[in-house]
Design a protein around this ligand. Structure first.
Ligand code: COA
Length: 148
């Protein structure tokens, strides 16, 4: 099973590589090549390090870094699981981890932006559509889940 720990700046190359792999192998099914390229250009090692300062970033380890997620309070960002490790509950584990932290901070709901690709995943985890939006990275859904 995967274990979750805080991101360390030494993880940046692995996390950037993991995100690029997801974008090219998975998200590319739902978004045009130019959007995928823009996202790959965006999530550089340096950008990952900067984001990890602004937000709380986590990695899931299972024979190396298998997934990542970050949060800013009750907002979810950069949820990615290596396609080779997909379907084993790692995405759910990461989400439940940051949801528990948001509960401790006193939030009553979690909010995420979801790609077309990740939309069904959030539904499985109990998230409900709030609205949709167009971003620089294409069409996104905004979803929420009430926290206990
Ligand atoms: C979406 C993603 C994070 C899911 O990670 P994962 O580790 O494979 O997900 P889990 O194994 O924890 O799946 C949890 C549940 O969601 C379901 N699920 C996973 N991905 C799904 C999808 N794309 N659509 C519908 N259901 C999905 C699983 O079948 C599982 O269902 P269960 O309740 O029957 O067990 C991963 O596929 C990914 O990184 N995709 C590319 C990047 C992306 O789109 N990120 C989403 C945020 S924008």
């Amino acid at each position: 099973m995967a274990t979750i720990r805080r991101f360390d700046s030494a993880d940046a190359p692995a996390v950037a590589g993991l995100i690029e792999r997801c974008l090219r192998e998975v998200n590319s099914r739902d978004y045009p090549g130019e959007v995928i390229e823009r996202m790959c250009d965006h999530f550089t090692e340096q950008r990952i390090k900067e984001l990890a300062i602004q937000r709380e970033m986590f990695v899931a380890e299972a024979n190396g870094i298998a997934g990542t997620v970050s949060r800013d309070g009750n907002k979810v960002y950069t949820m990615f699981v290596n396609p080779r490790a997909a379907g084993r509950g790692i995405g759910r584990l990461l989400m439940r981890h940051i949801e528990a932290l948001a509960v401790v901070d006193g939030y009553d709901h979690m909010e995420t932006g979801a790609s077309i690709t990740g939309h069904g995943f959030y539904h499985r985890l109990g998230y409900i559509d709030v609205r949709s939006t167009e971003t620089e990275f294409g069409f996104n859904y905004i979803l929420r889940r009430n926290l206990p």
